[in-house]
Design a protein around this ligand. Sequence first.
Ligand code: 1CP
Length: 349
Amino acid sequence: MDTTASESVETPPLLKALSGQSNNPPPIWLMRQAGRYLPEYRELRASAGSFLDLCYNPELAARVTLQPIERFGFDAAILFSDILVVPDALGQDVKFVENEGPVLDPITDREGIAKLGRDNFMTHLEPVLETVRQVRSSLDSSVALIGFCGAPWTVATYMVGGRGSPDQAAARSFAYRDRDGFAVLMDLLVEVSVDYLCAQIDAGAQVVQLFDSWAGNLPEDEFAKWSAEPARKIVEGVRRRAPGIPIIGFPRAAGTLYRSFVDQTGVDGVSCDTSLPLAYIRDDLQPHATVQGNLDPLLLVSGGEALDRRVDEILDVLSGGPFIFNLGHGIVPQTPPEHVAQLMKRIRQ
Ligand code: 1CP
């Protein structure tokens, strides 16, 4: 092997991009790259019991994590788990109802928050850490392993609302009605998220991503307080214990508040949703962080020339700086796997 080849094996392209390098072609992975659009996932999922059973079964969760890497050759694997294992590990009742999504026993006041407990938190999540170890030991050294958790705001929207909702009204109302009470929940989530991400890093995660999927419904002051500020504390906490591990933030649908998120948190990378204009990403975000995104997941459903055209546009505008190709949100279940193969070919050609 010549030295160039062994160097590229040592540093995965994803880590190069997160250290500020431009790469041609850029590294690529896709949010929700493991999941129901893959027949091999559906098959394994059917034999695993409930969705949470799968998340807490290291052998099966590791296999699911690796499935899209084996099929498509992405530059990164993302731990197969869910953001709602955190409330589960804090003792809240969490279920995933088939064809409906997550259902939790809602927390509506300070008494509900006081019932949460940290004593079993890391023990409860030990199987997830074992998944990380198993995945890392099977992955080629050129493929980076991404750990993750939900951002406190997004996790709190489920904890307070008890389920997904289009407007996160329950959590927004709690935060207006009882600011200090809501802050107790957010501070708890900041602390356990730092512990959990650092444990994933100790187990072998080389990058971590913070998913704030519901950041977009917060007015600017609320956004600074409940999205950017908790993310800043998590970045600070993780950096103190795991210096050198890059952190990607995803304040989805935050519009022009994206820039304040990058400035306030100091994230290494920022994941851009589908609606952000490419020129804004290039001019306002890329000088300050590695940018990731932002293909519309629905273009991956329709495929064809429109897909190739948009991929080329994104590459034209963003490849000149530090960039990771991704979607603007997760893959949807009706995505034909052949379109993902088409995307990979277009990026790598
Ligand atoms: O039946 C099934 O197989 C369940 C579908 C599913 C899957 C495959 C859920 C339920 N979660 C997951 C995996 C998952 N969730 C990953 C795995 C790694 C990957 O391949 O990317 C990750 C990173 C998540 C994170 C997650 N869960 C987020 C943040 C990212 C996003 O998509 O916005 C959120 C909001 C959740 C909650 C959740 N879990 C599952 C569902 C259906 C939902 C969303 C419910 C809603 O719309 O409110």
